[in-house]
Every structure is written in structure tokens, then in C-alpha cells.
Design a protein. Structure first.
Length: 350
């Protein structure tokens, strides 16, 4: 080979090396430079069935990717071109194409929250589920028995079967899957609490514990009081006294409840009126939270058999009927005084 040919070959190799280094530098710069965002964050939907080229084109058309070919090269070089997961993604300012690809591959999708509150009824739960814009709705317009059948729980009364909590889920989650998740968590906590329950409780099954826990939940929103309230109800059951819990009367009245309980309501027989029936009502009356379930299965000791609201938050617990009647009288006085004060306040504002 002549010297001239050697020089030409050396020049060609040098040019190729320079080109390779330049492309490598450009590639590294492109995949590690921040994406082009005009805001602090944007939402990008990666649709089911989209391939790498389609996703890259969508990102480019939205102006997020300014050098799409390097994004495609990076995904193919890493062997991740076919591992992108569908869903809604939050793309934050400062994120790089390399980091975005990792997010797509991990399926680190945007999460939405729905809070199921303690003490809600099944009707309130379904209103919240049906009103969520981020769930995929398949249960609307179904009756409660039809909903429970769709959940794989035929012949199960829906009340109390779902655990109150704040749940995170990706957009497009089916309402069926959401409710099944809340039911599984309820059953898991109830079973674990039942296995560690206090000895000697007048409760034969975890379901009976759930029923009583729902009453405890509705009687007080003060966490520290729940074991005391549960203790009163446990002792009343042990002594075969009626529970006489106002929330059971209200639940039994259904839609006819107008905000007041009258003497006739206390005497009206329903399956849930614990002023009339002995023992527990047939089903829960609401969704008890973890604290109410735990309090029911680990009630506070003592000898109180009665309690009444103070009018200032919380309750007064009494051992005898005479003490209870005195506490009720004090509560009525407090409420009358508050009513007068509200009336005076309204008059002064006119």
C-alpha cells in the first residue's frame, strides 16, 4: 500500500472517529438535557397500544421532545422500546429524556386520591365513587345487591364492608377494582383484630364485631372515647340490656329521618331500632374505621352502662340510671342555653 493510500485511510479513520465522538456527545447531551416544558409540570397520556415511535411523535408534537431521534435511539439501545406502560404521567420541569423513559418503563403513573370517610354509609360511598372523574364507571345505576354481585360478593349486605381510608389509584381504574380493594383491606384488618381480641367478649363472629364497631363509629368521632363507648355497649350486651343507640334508630328510619328523633321513633319497631330489639342489629349501620374496630375488640374496662353528650364535645359516662338522668338533664340545659345564645347572636346581627 502506498504512503498516499495510508494517509487517506488514516484521514478517513480520523474523520469517522471524530464523527463518532461528536454523535456520542450529541446523544449524551440530548438525553441528559432538561425537556422543553413551558410550565413547572405537564400531564402526558401514554395510550394503550402506542408504540415507541407513536409516543415519541406525540411528545415531539407537544414540544416536550426537541430531538426525538435520540430518545428513540436511547430506548432501543437499552432494550426498552417495547416496555413502555400505558397511563397518565406527570412530567416535571428539569426532567430529562432519559429520566422520562425510566418513568414510562416503570409505569410510574400519576395517582389520584379518593377518601372514604369513617362513618359513611354504602349510599355515601357509592355517591363518592360514582362522582370520581378518574375512575372507570361500570356500576352506575345498579342496585346495591347488583353492585355486590359484580364485586363477587353475592348475598352480602353492603353496609360496613369497605374500609375507610384515603386511596391512591391511577386514572382509568375500574370502580369494581377500587371497591374490591377497599373490601379486602376491611376483611384483612377485621380478621387480624379478631384474632387478637380480648377474651370474654359477647361477640360470636368477626361480623358481629363489625356490626358493633359501626355503632361505636357513629356514636363518637373522638378516638380516645371509642374504647369507653365500646365498653358500655359490651357490658350492656353481657347484661342483656338493650343497646339503646340513637344511630341505629336513625339508620332504621332510612330516608324518613329529617334530623330529629322523636319519642315515637324510639318506640317504632324496625330491625335496627336497638331501643326495641335486644342484642345487635342484623347488619352494620355504617363503615367503621380501624380505630372503631380495634376499640370494639379491646374495649375499656369499667362499670359505666350509660353515656350522653356533654354539648361541648365528648360524652359523660354514668354507672347508674340516676347519674345518667342527671347528665341528660345537664345536656338539655346546655343545649337550651346554646339555642338562646344563637338566637341572641342572630338578633344582634340584624
Amino acid at each position: 500500500m502506498s504512503a498516499h493510500a495510508v494517509r487517506l485511510m488514516a484521514t478517513a479513520v480520523t474523520c469517522l472517529l471524530v464523527l463518532f465522538l461528536w454523535v456520542s456527545w450529541e446523544y449524551q447531551r440530548a438525553i441528559n438535557s432538561p425537556l422543553n416544558l413551558s410550565e413547572d409540570a405537564t400531564i402526558f397520556s401514554l395510550e394503550s397500544g402506542q408504540n415507541l415511535q407513536q409516543v415519541t411523535r406525540a411528545l415531539s408534537e407537544q414540544g416536550i421532545l426537541t430531538e426525538p431521534r435520540y430518545f428513540i435511539w436511547h430506548a432501543r439501545w437499552r432494550g426498552e422500546a417495547h416496555r413502555l406502560q400505558a397511563g397518565e404521567y406527570t412530567i416535571n420541569a428539569g426532567m430529562t429524556p432519559a429520566r422520562l423513559l425510566e418513568q414510562f418503563v416503570r409505569g410510574d403513573v400519576r395517582q389520584y386520591a379518593l377518601t372514604v370517610f369513617e362513618g359513611w354509609t354504602f349510599k355515601q360511598l357509592m355517591a363518592a365513587v360514582n362522582g370520581s372523574p378518574h375512575l372507570l364507571h361500570t356500576l352506575r345505576d345498579l342496585s346495591p345487591p347488583e353492585v355486590m354481585e359484580r364485586l363477587g360478593l353475592p348475598d352480602t349486605h353492603p353496609e360496613g364492608q369497605f374500609l375507610p381510608d384515603t386511596y391512591l389509584f391511577p386514572a382509568g381504574t375500574r370502580d369494581v377494582d377500587f371497591l374490591q380493594r377497599t373490601h379486602r383491606l376491611l376483611q384483612a384488618h377485621l380478621q387480624a383484630a379478631w384474632e387478637t381480641r380480648d377474651l370474654g367478649l359477647p361477640l360470636k363472629t368477626p361480623y358481629e364485631a363489625l356490626v358493633l364497631a359501626s355503632i361505636v363509629e357513629k356514636e363518637t368521632g373522638i378516638v380516645d372515647e371509642r374504647p369507653q363507648v365500646a365498653g358500655v355497649f359490651i357490658r350492656r350486651l353481657q347484661q342483656r340490656m338493650r343497646l339503646e343507640a340513637d344511630p341505629t334508630v336513625i339508620y332504621g328510619m332510612g330516608d324518613s329521618f329529617d334530623g330529629d328523633i322523636r319519642r315515637g321513633d324510639l318506640r317504632r319497631a324496625t330491625p335496627y331500632n336497638t331501643y326495641v330489639i335486644r342484642g345487635l342489629p342484623p347488619t352494620p349501620i355504617a363503615m367503621p374505621g380501624r380505630a372503631a374496630i380495634d376499640a370494639t375488640l379491646h374495649p375499656a374496662s369499667g362499670d359505666a352502662l350509660f353515656f350522653v353528650a356533654t354539648g361541648h364535645g365528648g360524652h359523660v359516662f354514668s354507672r347508674t340510671l340516676a347519674e345518667h338522668r342527671a347528665a341528660v338533664t345537664q345536656y338539655q340545659r346546655t343545649m337550651r342555653r346554646k339555642s338562646r345564645e344563637r338566637a341572641q347572636q342572630k338578633n344582634s346581627e340584624r
